[in-house]
Design a protein around this ligand. Structure first.
Ligand code: C2E
Ligand code: CA
Ligand code: CA
Length: 510
C-alpha cells in the first residue's frame, strides 16, 4: 500500500508546498537572516514578493512563532512558522484559523465519501501527551498542540479539514488527494515534522506523533473509516509509536484477536486468575540464594501458561498495567512475608513498568503494601528498565527519589539495551544493574566479554551491584565469575517456579 514516491524526496514538490502553504513560514540561517520565505509570510510583512525578503534580518515578530531546527544535516537553518490564527484574514489559511468541530469533521467526511473520489482520514495522537501536560502544565500542553497543528498544516492542503478530537487526538481529512499523492507518505511527512523539537517554557521538548490512516474504499461509511483509522493508530502505537500506519484488511483479524485477548486478560485479572512465578537469584561462588524475581504468568484456558512477555505489553497498551502492577506488588510482598521462616533476608524483586512509574500513586501504593505485610522496605527491590526511566527523565527522578526515601531498593533492568547516559546513571538513586541476557549470550567471544567487563567496571566505580540475567550454561557462569560478576539468575540455576515449588526449592537450599 505504500508507494516509493515520497514528497520529501522531491525538492520541487516540497518547494511548491512551502510556497503555497497558508501558514506564514520562513527559513532563516544561523544569523536569523531570511533564506526563503513563502507568500503567506511575505504578506504578513506587507510584501507581495517573498524574494524581496531574502537576505533581510528576521523581523521582530509580534505574533507567536515556532522555531523548528531543520536538523543536523541542514546546518543551522531554522524554520520559522507563524501562528496561523494571526494570519491576515481571508485566503486559503482561513480554514486553519479555527479547527472544525467534530460534527463538522464528520459532515465533511460524509460528503467526501459521497463524492466517490479518493479520500483519506488520518487520526493523529501525540505520544505521551499526558506526561507532558503533567510536567509542563495544561497551557504549555496547548501550546505544544498548536505548534504541532501548525506543522500538520504545512503538510496538508488548504481544503483538507483538521479537527481536534480530544485532548491529544487530532483528525485530518485529506480531501481528494490525486493519484500521485500518497496519503501514507503525507502521514509519514507529518510524523517527521512533528518530531522536530518544540520550544516550550524555555526548554526544548521533543515529542512524537502516531498516525493511523484509512483510505475510503467503495462502501465506506464515516464510522468504518474512523474505526479503521483508529485501528491503524493502535497498530502504530503498538509498533513503538512515532510512526504512521495505513489500515489494510489484514489488520482487522489481528485487531479482533487482540481485543479478545484484552477482554480475557481483564477477566483473568479481576477474577484473580493470574499467578506469580519466582526465579531465584544466586551467588555463583557460594551457591547462596540472595533473592527472587517475581514474574507474572497467565494460565490461559486455551493457550496454556503464558509468560509475561506474551501479555505485559498488551496490559500496558490497554491501561490494565496499573491493576496488574498493584496485584503483582501485593502478591509478591505477601509471598515474601510468608517465606520469612525459610529465608528471613530474602530480597523480592518486582518489575515496574514505565506507565506505573508515571503514576503519582505508585509511591503510596508501595508504602501501603509494605506496611500491611510488615515487610522491611530494603527487602523489596523494584526493577525498572532504562527506557522507562528515560521516557520522562525529570519526573522519573522525582519518583525514584521518593521510592528511595521509602527505603525500597531500586535496580535498572535490561541494562545496556536502553540509552541512559552515564551522567544520568550517576544521579539515579539505584543500587543495582541487571545486565541484559543478550550480553550474557555474547560472552563466548572476546568482544562480548569486553562489553560485560566494561559494564562491571562502570558499576563498580559507581558503587553499584550487578546481576547477570539469563545465565544458561556453565561456560557463561565461568566467564562471568572470571570477570568478577558473581550474582546471577537464569535457567542454569532455575527457571521461574510457582509459589509452592519455589518454597520447596528454597527449603532445599537452606
Ligand atoms: P525481565 O525482567 O528481563 O525478566 C526476565 C525474563 O527472562 C523472564 O521472562 C524470565 O522468565 C526470562 N528468563 C530468565 N532466565 C532465563 C534464561 O536463562 N534464559 C532465557 N531464555 N530466559 C530467561 P518473562 O517472565 O516472560 O518476562 C518478560 C518480561 O516481562 C520481563 O523481562 C519483564 O520486563 C516483564 N515482566 C515480567 N513480569 C512482570 C510484572 O509483573 N510486571 C511488569 N511490569 N513486567 C513484568
Ligand atoms: Ca526484571
Ligand atoms: Ca531484565
Amino acid at each position: 500500500m505504500e508507494s516509493d514516491s515520497h514528497p520529501e524526496d522531491s525538492t520541487a514538490l516540497l518547494a511548491a508546498a512551502f510556497g503555497a502553504s497558508p501558514i506564514p513560514a520562513a527559513i532563516v540561517d544561523g544569523q536569523d537572516r531570511i533564506v526563503h520565505a513563502n507568500e503567506a509570510f511575505a504578506r504578513r510583512q506587507d510584501h507581495t514578493d517573498p524574494a524581496e525578503l531574502v537576505g533581510s534580518a528576521l523581523p521582530d515578530l509580534h505574533s507567536r512563532s515556532s522555531r523548528i531546527p531543520l536538523g543536523v544535516g541542514l546546518g543551522a537553518y531554522t524554520l520559522i512558522s507563524l501562528d496561523p490564527a494571526e494570519a491576515t484574514a481571508g485566503g486559503p489559511s482561513a480554514r486553519y484559523t479555527g479547527l472544525v468541530s467534530r460534527e463538522v469533521l464528520l459532515g465533511e467526511v460524509a460528503q467526501a465519501i459521497a463524492s466517490g473520489r479518493r479520500n483519506a482520514l488520518l487520526v493523529l495522537h501525540v505520544d505521551r501527551f499526558s506526561i507532558i501536560v503533567d510536567t509542563l502544565g495544561p497551557a504549555e500542553g496547548d501550546r505544544l498542540l498548536e505548534t504541532l497543528l501548525a506543522r500538520v498544516a504545512l503538510a496538508t492542503r488548504a481544503d483538507d479539514v483538521v479537527c481536534r478530537l480530544g485532548g491529544d487526538e487530532v483528525a485530518v481529512l485529506l480531501r481528494h488527494p490525486t493519484t500521485a499523492e500518497d496519503p501514507g507518505a503525507t502521514a509519514r511527512w507529518i510524523v517527521r515534522l512533528a518530531g522536530e523539537p518544540v520550544e516550550l517554557d524555555g526548554r526544548s521538548v521533543v515529542t512524537s506523533l502516531s498516525v493511523g490512516v484509512a483510505l475510503a474504499a467503495p462502501g465506506a461509511t464515516v464510522e468504518s473509516l474512523l474505526r479503521q483509522a483508529d485501528a491503524a493508530l493502535s497498530e502504530a502505537k503498538r509498533h513503538g509509536r512515532n510512526r504512521a500506519v495505513v489500515f489494510d484488511p489484514a489488520l482487522r483479524a489481528v485487531l479482533e484477536e487482540r481485543s479478545r485477548l484484552e477482554y480475557e486478560l481483564r477477566v483473568a485479572l479481576s477474577s484473580g486468575r493470574l499467578e506469580l512465578y519466582f526465579q531465584p537469584e544466586v551467588d555463583m561462588v557460594t551457591g547462596a540464594v540472595l533473592g527472587v524475581e517475581a514474574l507474572a504468568r497467565w494460565p490461559h484456558p486455551s493457550r496454556g501458561l503464558l509468560a509475561a512477555g506474551a501479555f505485559v505489553e498488551l496490559a500496558e497498551q490497554t491501561g490494565l498495567v496499573d491493576e496488574l502492577g498493584r496485584w503483582v506488588l501485593d502478591e509478591a510482598v505477601s509471598t515474601l512475608a510468608g517465606w520469612r521462616d525459610l529465608h528471613p533476608e530474602l530480597v523480592m524483586r518486582v518489575n515496574v513498568s514505565a506507565m506505573q512509574l508515571a503514576r503519582p500513586e505508585l509511591v503510596g501504593d508501595v508504602g501501603a503494601i509494605l506496611d500491611s505485610a510488615a515487610v522491611p522496605p530494603h527487602q523489596v527491590c523494584l526493577e525498572i528498565t532504562e527506557t522507562a526511566i528515560m521516557t520522562d527523565i525529570g519526573r522519573s527522578m522525582d519518583v525514584l527519589a521518593e521510592l528511595h526515601r521509602l527505603g525500597v531498593r531500586l535496580a535498572i533492568d535490561d541494562f545496556g539495551t536502553g540509552f541512559s547516559s552515564l551522567a544520568h546513571l550517576k544521579r539515579f538513586p539505584v543500587q543495582l544493574l541487571k545486565i541484559d541476557r543478550t550480553f550474557v549470550d555474547d560472552l563466548g567471544d572476546a568482544e562480548g566479554r569486553a562489553i560485560v567487563a566494561s559494564v562491571l567496571g562502570l558499576a563498580s566505580s559507581l558503587g553499584l551491584a550487578v546481576i547477570a540475567e539469563g545465565v544458561e550454561t556453565d561456560e557463561q557462569r565461568r566467564a562471568l565469575v572470571e570477570l568478577g560478576c558473581t550474582r546471577a539468575q537464569g535457567h542454569l540455576f532455575s527457571e521461574a517456579m510457582d509459589q509452592d515449588s519455589c518454597r520447596r526449592w528454597l527449603a532445599t537450599r537452606r
